[in-house]
Ligand binder design. Structure first.
Ligand SMILES: Cc1ncc(COP(=O)(O)O)c(C=O)c1O
Length: 349
């Protein structure tokens, strides 16, 4: 039995291993030096990503973190402030890069499921003649929200936030690391989510199952600036077409199947809802489920020895994320192991 079959690893959707077919596509890629702009596979992918999002241009980058940093660095100047949810990835998990590299100040907002609203954004904006204040020049939203349980912005809510930003002369970035989970869950064209945003990024290395890669899309001028900054940040890759080929394969084969991940989250949720010793603190509309228990690290250890891996998120909160390396047998195993473990626990408060 392979490692992949023997362990049901629900810690993250970044854990997927490239399939044989994806590796075959990578091996067949026609490549060149992308720093010279001569990698045909990268160029084709960038054009496809820009078209998918209805933007003028797109840039292939090594990670979602770099895509967010480029979006921030290109659309602000040092001393500005960036408005984002307190649970947003660039605030929580990107090592303060926006402050160190772009020199900006994050200003965080609260709200259910990691989502901002036009009202919360409006309250948070700092744009004033008062020379004491840092001006808000960028708002960043997350589609779907990682720490918010995979919640999706509706296209209407992004439009409303976009209209507010437009009115106030502020740029809007969408960290769309998991935008395709929203696309599949809500049946919305990615370009409809992207339209109100000046820049949008998404990741190939999460639900789409690639080993590496993200894109940042936007207007030509911003992407040209991002191209220059990507080189400065050390993200200029040479024969990156082998990675672009994986991304093309993922767009062709791994988007619609995200619905299976969502269905499996719902099945696990329903199984756990019937168990008294666990609480499900957030809705789970896509591929992420949060589970509250009395002792999360201990619960995770007990599941781990029985071949099911969960991510302890806090002393009492666990995260389970479904992805393309978890099939229905894996789901059943997760249900069996987690419900058996849960029966041993008192409910977390
Ligand atoms: C919402 C979100 N944005 C950005 C990132 C960063 O992606 P990467 O790990 O490729 O830097 C992640 C990673 O999990 C994420 O969940």
């Amino acid at each position: 039995m392979s490692k992949k079959q023997s362990i049901v690893d629900l810690r993250s959707d970044t854990l997927t291993l490239p399939s044989k077919a994806m590796r075959k596509a990578m091996a067949a890629a026609e490549v060149g030096d992308d720093v010279f702009g001569e990698d045909p596979a990268v160029n084709a992918l960038q054009e496809r990503a820009a078209a998918l999002l209805g933007k003028e241009a797109a840039l292939f980058v090594p990670s979602g973190t770099m895509a967010n940093l480029l979006a921030i660095a290109t659309q602000t100047v040092p001393g500005d402030s960036v408005l984002l949810h307190e649970d947003a990835h660039p605030f929580q998990y990107e090592t303060g890069g926006m402050s160190m590299v772009a020199g900006v100040m994050p200003k965080t907002l609260t709200g259910p499921q990691g989502l901002l609203t036009p009202e919360s954004v409006s309250d948070g904006i700092m744009l004033t003649r008062d020379s004491h204040r840092s001006h808000t020049t960028l708002v960043s939203i997350e589609q779907t929200t990682n720490r918010g349980g995979g919640a999706c912005y509706s296209k209407e809510s992004i439009k409303a936030i976009g209209a507010l930003c437009e009115e106030r002369g502020i740029r809007l970035h969408c960290d769309g690391a998991r935008i395709f989970n929203a696309v599949v869950a809500d049946g919305v064209d990615p370009a409809a989510y992207a339209a109100p945003c000046h820049t949008v990024s998404f990741c190939f290395s999460k639900g789409l199952g690639c080993p590496v890669g993200s894109v940042l899309a936007g207007d030509k001028e911003t992407i040209e600036k991002a191209h220059r900054y990507r080189k400065m940040f050390g993200g200029g890759m040479r024969q990156a077409g082998i990675l672009a080929a994986a991304a093309e394969y993922a767009l062709d084969n791994n988007v619609e199947r995200l619905a299976d991940d969502h269905r499996r989250v719902t099945a696990l949720r329903e199984a756990l809802e019937a168990i008294p010793n666990v609480t499900l603190p957030l809705p789970s509309p896509t591929n992420i489920l949060f589970i509250d228990v009395a002792d999360a690290p201990d619960f995770a250890d007990r599941c781990n020895v029985r071949g099911v891996r969960l991510l302890p998120f806090s002393p009492t909160r666990l995260r389970a994320v479904f992805h393309l390396d978890i099939d229905d047998d894996g789901l059943q195993r997760a249900i069996d192991v987690m419900t058996a473990t849960a029966r041993q626990y008192a409910t977390a408060k």
